[in-house]
Design a protein around this ligand. Structure first.
Ligand SMILES: [Fe+2]
Ligand SMILES: [Fe+2]
Length: 164
């Protein structure tokens, strides 16, 4: 049973996409205020790539986990895990919405100095927490889902999710 299952694969692809973008954001903001004060080509490209994540894709991913996967994990006795992951979602989602607004304002050159400081802090904190959350799920979800969901249901759920 070493074959990767379909839900794991779908989650993993999205986790790696988001973690890659957030590592770039962390590097960029770690170098100083410049990216938010006067974003260059590199910063603008990254902010544009982050926009669909912060503006819906992350929420869709969380809803899938919370509405489709976690109830099955709860029924299988993994409610300690899902409780923690839900708490993390509840912190991350409002941060994502605020960061979306910060990056949109930065792209328009519209942040005042105080907003640059708070925006940089928000971006670094969100990147760190979201990457930690992804690493936790990458470790914990595959074995929990393997226990809770049969192979045929795994395929059906993943197909439904990817069909949107
Ligand atoms: Fe999650
Ligand atoms: Fe996830």
């Amino acid at each position: 049973m070493d074959e990767t299952r379909q839900i794991d694969r779908a989650l993993h692809d999205e986790h790696m996409h988001v973690a890659g973008l957030l590592r770039r954001l962390s590097d960029l903001l770690g170098r100083g205020d410049g990216a938010l004060v006067a974003p260059d080509e590199t910063a603008l490209r990254l902010f544009a790539e982050l926009r669909p994540v912060l503006d819906g894709a992350l929420e869709r991913h969380f809803r899938f986990e919370e509405d489709i996967l976690f109830p099955r994990l709860d029924a299988d006795g993994a409610d300690d895990l899902t409780g923690l992951l839900r708490e993390e979602h509840d912190v991350l989602l409002p941060q994502a919405a605020r960061l979306r607004d910060v990056l949109a304002a930065a792209m328009a050159g519209g942040l005042d100095p105080q907003q640059v400081v708070s925006g940089r802090r928000l971006g670094l904190e969100f990147a760190s927490l979201q990457i930690d959350h992804i690493e936790r799920e990458e470790m914990a979800l595959p074995p929990a889902l393997e226990s809770a969901i049969e192979d045929d249901e795994d395929r059906r759920i993943a197909m439904d999710y990817m069909a949107g």
